[in-house]
Design a binder for this molecule. Sequence first.
Ligand SMILES: Cc1cc2nc3c(=O)[nH]c(=O)nc-3n(C[C@H](O)[C@H](O)[C@H](O)COP(=O)(O)O)c2cc1C
Length: 212
Amino acid sequence: MELRGAFPEEFRSQLDLLMRLRRDVRRFRSDPVEEAVLMRCLSAFPLAPSVGLSEPWRILRVESETARAAALKNFEAANAQALTGYSGEKAERYAELKLSGMREAPVQLAIYCDDETTQGHGLGAATMPEMRRYSVVTAITLFWLALRAEGLGLGWVSVLDPEQLNRDLNAPQGWQLIGYFCIGYPERLSDTPELEETGWQSRMADLPLETR
Ligand SMILES: Cc1cc2nc3c(=O)[nH]c(=O)nc-3n(C[C@H](O)[C@H](O)[C@H](O)COP(=O)(O)O)c2cc1C
């Protein structure tokens, strides 16, 4: 492997484009995802940083009809519950949002953090054990970009009762749910978050950056 310092301008502009076109996807085409492509994208996980090199990511591939039905039911119940937290126009808007592609996505993963791993010997996690969970999120971000580079989309679903999902998927004790992920080819591409397009929330105009 050629080791480089800075990458060339052309690469940097492609990387910028990749990040700009990474979207949270909830609308998927029905085309299947080739196993080799998925595996290539999953190989982003061990490239991620992790506290103490603990590599606490654990992945459950949700394939069976029973497991998928349980996850979908869980989402629908949590989404109905979340709707009750809004009123008036915001409730109408919330009800119109599509917040998961769980009915359509050909690949579905529940990604966990093993909070009890001894890998890394606790380095960096003594005062802030949540660092292990943040490590999993860093890996998911790399995975997200790798998928996008292959033309695939990822949708993060957090509108769920995690304990119910753990029971339904028979997740090992000590694993903390980070999220449920839908993967497939997106119906369309966009450089704008869907929540911005629908008028739910716009992005901030400026980066909140202060100096002390
Ligand atoms: C931790 C986390 C949880 C999320 N949970 C959901 C979710 O349950 N349903 C959903 O539709 N989008 C979810 N999203 C996607 C965000 O809504 C999305 O990232 C944000 O609106 C910006 O859009 P973009 O990812 O297309 O840039 C989640 C994103 C993150 C990072």
